[in-house]
Ligand binder design. Structure first.
Ligand code: GTQ
Length: 354
């Protein structure tokens, strides 16, 4: 959406203190409030004033605290053993990385099981470390390896298990703040799922080639639940090699049957920075989260520069340009990006500023 940018000076409006206290009390007694003292706060001139601050959560600081949670709190007392990556701009207790995004680092120890449930918020997992864990989503067992993206879309049953020998950690990204704000957030507990045969990551393993049901449609709103990192990385490497002049070597995680975003509210992308590359992402309305899968990247957001090592996570408010610099001269770096773009597009508020 494009707004006229011709700036007119904004009129100073009357304050609450300018009104007789007895009048304000009479209004409040009828559950009424005057708009004009708050008008500039809810409709600020030119652009929003986000509470979302540029924040970085280095994995080296987070990991020992997460492992301690593993010692302090057994699974039965946690259900999901998660440390929430909270943005202080929203208040730590509100569990928001941005207005619509929740981030959590979840730990599952060998032999543990996080019981089956389903809920209205959409979630994805980005696997950070460890082998041998799996998430069963809607009956499909999805193995978890570093960099894999696994969807648990709204309403689908999911549970996590671990047959390996080392701790497994993943990053949860949920649209919980938005769904909670809408007063639509709830969960239902369930029984252990029976696993069904079939894997979307096999059926949809080749771009541009999709299974064609002859005897009726698959009927799955979410035909692909697991996006292996090996495939995503290969797609990025092939794109980088095929198009040497391409500035942004980026892919989007989509529904392979419709081409639409993989989930309804948040968007997910992987970006490869060429050795030494600096890439400026224009200011766009959605807030963004950057999680470094491999390499080393300096992320410049407003006055902040975060130097991301592998497994580090940071966030940027919307309406803000972000510059990414691959500090490796001889190897690519790969970044997982979560953003609020599907939501903004659906609501008609999506903007690119420059
Ligand atoms: O793994 O199902 O970080 O339900 C927050 C809520 C993870 C999960 C979170 C959840 C989950």
């Amino acid at each position: 959406m494009i707004f006229a940018t011709k700036a007119l000076a904004m009129q100073e409006l009357g304050r609450l203190e300018d009104l007789p206290a007895e009048y304000v009390d009479a209004l409040r007694a009828q559950n009424l409030v005057p708009l004009w003292p708050s008008l500039r706060a809810v409709l600020p001139p030119g652009q929003p004033r986000p509470n979302t601050r540029p924040i970085c959560w280095p994995y080296a600081a987070l990991r020992p605290l997460l492992m301690r949670a593993g010692e302090l709190t057994p699974m039965e007392k946690a259900e999901r053993r998660v440390l929430v990556l909270a943005n202080p701009g929203h208040g730590l207790d509100n569990m928001k990385a941005s207005a619509a995004m929740y981030l959590g680092m979840q730990l599952l120890l060998p032999g543990e099981w996080a019981p089956s449930h389903r809920h209205t918020p959409n979630a994805v997992r980005m696997v950070v470390e460890g082998e041998g864990a799996w998430t069963t989503v809607d009956g499909e067992k999805c193995p978890m390896s570093r960099g894999d993206l696994i969807l648990t879309p709204t309403g689908l049953w999911h549970e996590h298990g671990h047959d390996g020998t080392e701790p497994v950690v993943w990053l949860d990204v949920l649209d919980l703040p938005l769904v909670y704000y809408m007063e639509t957030s709830y969960a239902i507990e369930g029984q252990r799922q029976t696993q069904r045969p079939g894997r979307g990551d096999q059926a949809y393993a080749r771009g541009g080639l999709v299974p064609t049901p002859v005897f009726g449609r698959s009927g799955n709103a979410y035909p692909m639940l697991r996006y292996p990192w090996a495939e995503a990385r290969a797609a990025l490497a092939a794109l980088a090699a095929d198009q040497p002049a391409l500035e942004a070597v980026q892919i989007t995680y989509v529904n392979p049957e419709t081409g639409a975003d993989a989930e309804n509210i948040l968007g997910f992308h992987a970006l490869m920075l060429r050795p030494g590359q600096t890439l400026r992402l224009p200011a766009r309305s959605p807030a963004q989260v950057f999680h470094l899968i491999e390499g080393a990247v300096a992320v410049e957001i407003e006055a902040h520069t975060f130097t991301l090592q592998a497994a580090d996570t940071c966030c940027a408010p919307g309406y803000t340009a972000v510059t990414l610099h691959n500090t490796l001269a001889d190897a690519p770096s790969c970044v997982f990006i979560a953003d609020e773009s599907p939501l903004h597009r659906k609501l008609g508020v999506y903007e690119v500023r420059n």
